[in-house]
Ligand binder design. Structure first.
Ligand code: CO8
Length: 259
């Protein structure tokens, strides 16, 4: 597929999606969301892709949804829009493969919300996070009011959502918004290193582990435990389970085939 606002590269099982609207700090308009949705579907279906990295490059992740596109919208237009942002975020969040967000510079508004649909967030030292929507008279409408409290707790999420102020990478790490902070010039190397580690794991086990965590978050504990049990049982039907356990007993690294 051809993309204009993102760059898609696939190398050794790792797909990197790079937002590419530098002139507006990677502001996310409907075209970007549609292309992200298409790329997410393509990467999910491509058997050569094991892990996906989403980034905005070295300078900025994304300064939010495109304000110029929203400024004159009416309530009816917003209400009846097919909301490509929601489609893109849903496809990324439910992608049956690990998604890593590699974040440098600003990750604001919809940009911050995009990082929340990734499984793992790695921030460069120069990263800044914020949900400034409140300062525009709106609220984070691409999942921020729902996913952020689930990730960092309602108290801290409300402080970010109500205040609209930015926080630096170290603070994001302290409150659990990101998994790791790395020197800015090592961001892509670190993201690739983590992606490579995940490429060596069994793809089916990864897929079900991701599903168990994500689906479990929607359920009460008892239902979540039952869902986990089903996923666990199912993995005993895979060759990867046989290989993984045999390799352990034979004291050698496992070679998973993803089946
Ligand atoms: N939308 C459109 N254009 C933008 C955006 C944006 N979000 N952010 C930056 N730009 C543009 C600027 O207008 C500017 O363009 P130009 O050169 O033509 O004037 C260019 O990018 C560079 O920006 P600045 O000159 O402002 O750069 P600074 O370094 O001075 O400032 C900031 C950087 C602090 C990041 C500043 O640009 C800023 O505050 N940007 C807006 C941040 C923001 O409010 N983001 C939230 C947007 S709302 C949102 O994300 C809602 C999500 C929910 C959507 C749900 C849809 C259903």
């Amino acid at each position: 597929m051809e993309y204009k606002t993102i760059i898609v590269r696939i190398e050794e099982g790792i797909a990197t999606l790079t937002l590419n609207r530098p002139e507006v700090l990677n502001a996310l308009n409907d075209q970007v969301f549609n292309e992200l949705a298409d790329a997410a579907s393509e990467m999910a279906a491509d058997p050569t892709v094991r892990v996906v990295i989403i980034t905005g490059g070295e300078k900025v992740f994304a300064a939010g949804a495109d304000i110029s596109q929203m400024a004159t919208a009416t309530a009816v237009e917003v209400m009846t829009s097919d909301k490509p942002s929601h489609r893109a975020f849903h496809l990324i969040e439910t992608m049956p493969k690990p998604v890593i967000a590699a974040i440098a510079g600003y990750a604001l508004g919809g940009g911050c919300e995009l990082t929340l649909v990734a499984d793992i967030r790695i921030a460069a030292e120069n990263a800044q996070f914020g949900l400034p929507e409140i300062k525009l008279g709106i609220l984070p409408g691409a999942g921020g009011t729902q996913r952020l409290p689930r990730l960092i707790g309602p108290g801290r999420a409300k402080e970010l959502i109500f205040g609209g102020d930015f926080i630096k990478a170290e603070e994001a790490l302290r409150i659990g918004l990101v998994n790791k902070v790395v020197p800015t010039n090592q961001l892509f190397e670190e993201a690739k290193k983590m992606a490579k580690r995940l490429c060596d794991r069994g793809a089916v086990a990864l897929r079900l582990a991701k599903s168990a965590v994500n689906e479990g978050l929607r359920m009460d504990l008892e239902a979540g435990l039952q869902y986990e049990d089903k996923c666990f049982n199912l993995l005993f039907a895979t060759e990867d389970q046989k290989e993984g356990m045999r390799a352990f007993l034979e004291k050698r690294p496992a070679k998973f085939q993803g089946r």
